[in-house]
Write a protein that binds this ligand. Structure first.
Ligand SMILES: [Zn+2]
Length: 291
């Protein structure tokens, strides 16, 4: 396997006019500017499916992977968070997750979840973790139940709006029924659902089942008005999986808005230009590991 993109803001589609910045040693660098008033949006890539999206004091994290176990290890050996590597990479990147208010996970495969319980415990003490029901069962042994928000019953789809999950005054999140494309020779590996809490921490990649896949619509709010809208899909799938109901997008108003930035996490380059991206972007940013 190789990385699709490196540890930097990797790909922005042309045509975007947003107050985006990207991180640099001397401070954030404006990427483009602007139809959104107020604070700029800073997007930092952490690798695989991990991104930090910061606007003012509102901070969102998508489930990151730092441990990055080898393909051999995922097939034959134990998979566990490499805590020294997690601490070291965050330090190297200069990323502080202390003010993250929400972490998003769309499905439960090891390359999205294996590091997250440690990240929440050590680095993001105020974050709520939005995840599917299978994943909540999967990480039960970490004792984080007060931090978890199971999203399955709030999800919308291409025809129907779901329920907004409010995270503080400045952020709301709507899960969207999605799917996970086959990731290996036409097969979907580690597929299944869990219906009871695991008594111990998962040890192998095969124990990290995907559960139902969700995409997310995320609104950054100011005075109750949507000022920036993000779309996040950590397993790119064929339409209409992960689509947003038209009634949420237009006509534009205080509560409706087109997507400003879509973050997609595909398994292959071919998936980057998914229909979801073409429909909703704004800007499209992609990451993951590619085969
Ligand atoms: Zn997956």
């Amino acid at each position: 396997m190789r990385r699709l993109v490196g540890l930097a803001l990797p790909l922005l589609a042309v045509g975007c006019s947003l107050p985006l910045t990207r991180p640099a040693p001397g401070g954030p660098i404006p990427v483009a500017c602007c139809s959104v008033s107020g604070a700029p949006v800073e997007i930092t890539y952490l690798g695989i499916g991990g991104w930090v999206i910061r606007r003012g004091d509102v901070v969102l994290l998508t489930a990151p992977l730092f441990s990055d176990p080898s393909l051999l290890r995922t097939g034959l050996d134990e998979v566990a968070p490499d805590t020294a590597r997690i601490d070291g990479m965050l330090d190297t990147l200069g990323v502080d997750l202390g003010d993250v208010s929400a972490i998003l996970s769309g499905h439960g495969h090891y390359d999205h979840l294996v590091d997250v319980p440690f990240v929440i415990t050590r680095h993001a003490p105020g974050a709520r973790f939005l995840l599917n029901r299978t994943s909540a069962h999967q990480i039960a042994a970490w004792g984080l139940e007060d931090r978890l928000v199971v999203v399955d019953d709030s999800a919308g789809d291409a025809r129907t709006a779901g329920r907004w999950i409010q995270v503080g005054d400045g952020l709301r999140v709507m899960p969207l029924h999605s799917a996970h494309a086959p990731q290996f020779a036409g097969n979907l590996l580690f597929h299944g659902r869990g219906d009871r809490d695991m008594a111990r921490r998962s040890r192998t990649a095969a124990e990290w089942l995907d559960g139902e896949s969700f995409a997310y619509l995320v609104d950054f709010l100011e005075g109750g008005r949507v000022v920036f809208r993000l779309y996040y899909q950590d397993a790119v799938a064929e339409a209409p999986a992960g689509f947003v109901a038209d009634s949420l997008l237009w006509p534009e108003g205080p509560d409706r808005r087109r997507v400003d930035v879509a973050i997609l996490v595909p398994s292959t380059y071919a998936e980057v230009r998914s229909r979801a991206a073409r429909t909703y972007g704004g800007a499209t940013v992609s990451g993951h590991r590619a085969s």
